[in-house]
Design a protein around this ligand. Structure first.
Ligand SMILES: *Cc1c(COP(=O)(O)O)cnc(C)c1O
Length: 353
């Protein structure tokens, strides 16, 4: 028995790839003479490797960063392996073997990883040096080791901890990166993420590595008005209901109607990245009208107040606000969390008319 074609989903994610490309170009321009890559880990921050990578490749992006080896095959559908780097590096023989067969470059993060890579045969790799984030990377003190000297290092990298703030640590990390790179043979250097690009061209070196800002995130005020929204979620109404005074809505009846009112049950929940933290202050929209979320967010549903839009019926799609800085401010979630929790139940519509 074969299944009929899947019907359209009750969730849509409209992607504006022109805004995506415009964001990449704006970041490239702020990066000055440095080239600009793209962090596409976590399925391009939830927006979909299969849409994001080809659009950026066609715009001229030549370096794509993922975190896990499991993320490599999807990226290789769209770009050659020489353009792909894996931030978690190689922690086992199995990972080194996969790295070699894929051709993607590991970012070596420790002496142990360096040993695993060299034992597997070595070859082109990148090296992460920790200059203060204390997450991954060899320490500056380890940079003189023979093992490090034996590596074929294409890109010497470090990562900023506080680039989204005006913290003295930014300048300290910049200086530490300059100092350590004098003692390690390498072909190019890379330090800045999205926020680091906004710190100025001192931070750009040879390659910048934006993620968040490509997808509409605004980590620093310098990028306000420069970065455009890329993703526009929409969710369909499943049912419209009429409540009486005293009727409770949703789990634990966190909202109770005080008078008769029209509400709609909408097909989006925390499994679709609409986390409970977003329920309180959020309103869905239709034709310029606002429909506030009522009560608790469920896994697959929310209920909204339709008083302002009595004409709406089941099947109508409502816009879910996704201006990332604004929604992060309202919910207490980070812009990164808003993106990467989106989930897989959306029909992605690329540049719909
Ligand atoms: C995720 C990541 C980036 C991209 O950071 P954004 O803040 O999303 O721009 C760059 N470099 C490294 C090492 C990363 O882990």
């Amino acid at each position: 028995m074969t299944l009929a074609d899947l019907p359209p989903a009750s969730l849509r994610l409209k992607l504006d790839t022109q805004a995506l490309v415009a964001n990449w170009r704006a970041l490239a321009s702020l990066s000055g003479t440095a080239r600009t890559g793209a962090a596409v880990k976590a399925n391009a921050y939830g927006l979909g490797v299969s849409h994001v990578v080809p659009a950026l490749r066609d715009a001229g992006c030549e370096q794509f960063f993922v975190a896990h080896w499991s993320e490599v095959p999807d990226v290789l559908e769209h770009v050659p392996a020489a353009m792909v780097s894996v931030l978690h590096g190689v922690s086992s023989e199995a990972e080194a073997a996969f790295a070699r067969s894929s051709g993607a470059a590991p970012v070596i993060n420790s002496l142990q990883q360096a040993a695993i890579w060299q034992q597997s045969g070595g070859g082109r790799c990148h090296l992460m040096v920790d200059t203060g984030i204390n997450r991954l990377g060899i320490s500056p003190a380890e940079s003189g080791s023979e093992l490090i000297a034996s590596l074929d290092i294409d890109m010497l990298m470090s990562h900023l901890a506080c680039a989204d703030e005006d913290a003295p640590q930014n300048a300290r990390q910049l200086q530490a990166f300059r100092d350590v790179s004098a003692g390690i043979a390498h072909r190019q250097r890379s330090l800045a993420n999205s926020a680091g690009i906004a710190l100025g061209q001192d931070y750009a070196f040879d390659l910048t590595r934006p993620g968040l800002a490509l997808y509409g995130g605004v980590p620093r005020p310098e990028l306000q008005g420069v970065i455009r929204q890329v993703a526009y979620p929409e969710a369909a109404i499943l049912q419209v209901r009429d409540l009486q005074a005293g009727d409770g809505v949703g789990y634990n009846a966190r909202f109770t109607a005080t008078e008769p009112m029209r509400v709609a049950t909408v097909s989006i929940g925390y499994a679709d990245g609409f986390l409970r933290a977003r329920g309180g202050a959020c309103a869905l929209q239709h034709g310029g009208r606002e429909m506030p979320v009522l009560g608790q967010v469920s896994m697959d549903m929310i209920v909204v107040d339709c008083t302002a839009a009595p004409d709406l019926v089941a099947g109508d799609f409502l816009s879910v606000p996704f201006d990332l800085p604004r929604e992060a401010g309202r919910s207490g979630l980070s812009q990164y969390e808003l993106l990467t929790t989106i989930g897989s139940r959306f029909d992605v519509l690329v540049n719909p008319a």
